[in-house]
Design a protein around this ligand. Sequence first.
Ligand code: ADP
Ligand code: MG
Length: 241
Amino acid sequence: MSLILQNLTKTYPTRSGELPVLRAINLLMQKGEALAIVGASGSGKSTLLYLLGALERPTSGSYKLGDQEPFRLGDAELAHFRNRSIGFVFQDHHLLPQCSALENVLIPTLAGPAENLEERARQLLERVGLADRMQHRPAELSGGERQRVAVARALIHQPLLLLADEPTGNLDRKSAETVGKLLLEMQQQEKTMLIVVTHSPELARTLPRQMEMLDGSLIDAPGSPGSTAFQVDMPRAGGVG
Ligand SMILES: Nc1ncnc2c1ncn2[C@@H]1O[C@H](COP(=O)(O)OP(=O)(O)O)[C@@H](O)[C@H]1O
Ligand SMILES: [Mg+2]
């Protein structure tokens, strides 16, 4: 099971012309790997995560996750891919305020055919340290606790790929550390792939591999231990149909 991005590009049409944000993203990851992506504000980190999460389509290039090629799918199948294969943790928790923690973790299961995942939801909440908070609504939880609910929700369908966009950006230092550790622990237990976009050098350093978004490309961050392990020869831009 691997993730392969080849010459992925994203250009936004704007009133002042085309805005190329991602110019040529190449990436190879294997099952069980975890990656931190850093980079300046506006460099395209969120854009890349939205593509990986199938929330948006690229301008060109290819994306394979295991045997799936999401961008070859129609909209309905793409939504199914997003629901089943991807877990997404946002900077803002995006929990529904009127629902309890437990109900929030179960939200992704409402989209598909009826299946009872309540026991798994309870177990996930226990594993993220919220056994005694299951009936709390988001307003009755701390910022760190809300993010832990969001992590449990992202994992409900055992996604192949867990994505987190500045997951600790709104948290105090101690909660940020807890949530950072938790993401890695859960990723290892669930054997999923993890990509974390972060401004925090502390959080980035806790992940085994770091890359930087620079000029619309992903480059290995200097000194990243994973920096040579998975290099492959990628065809030049335009070489992939
Ligand atoms: N829907 C959009 N339309 C036009 N431009 C966009 C859109 N989304 C993002 N951008 C622009 O793309 C660039 C990258 O944005 P983003 O991926 O959010 O950066 P980052 O997450 O690294 O801060 C920014 O300059 C932003 O203004
Ligand atoms: Mg962003």
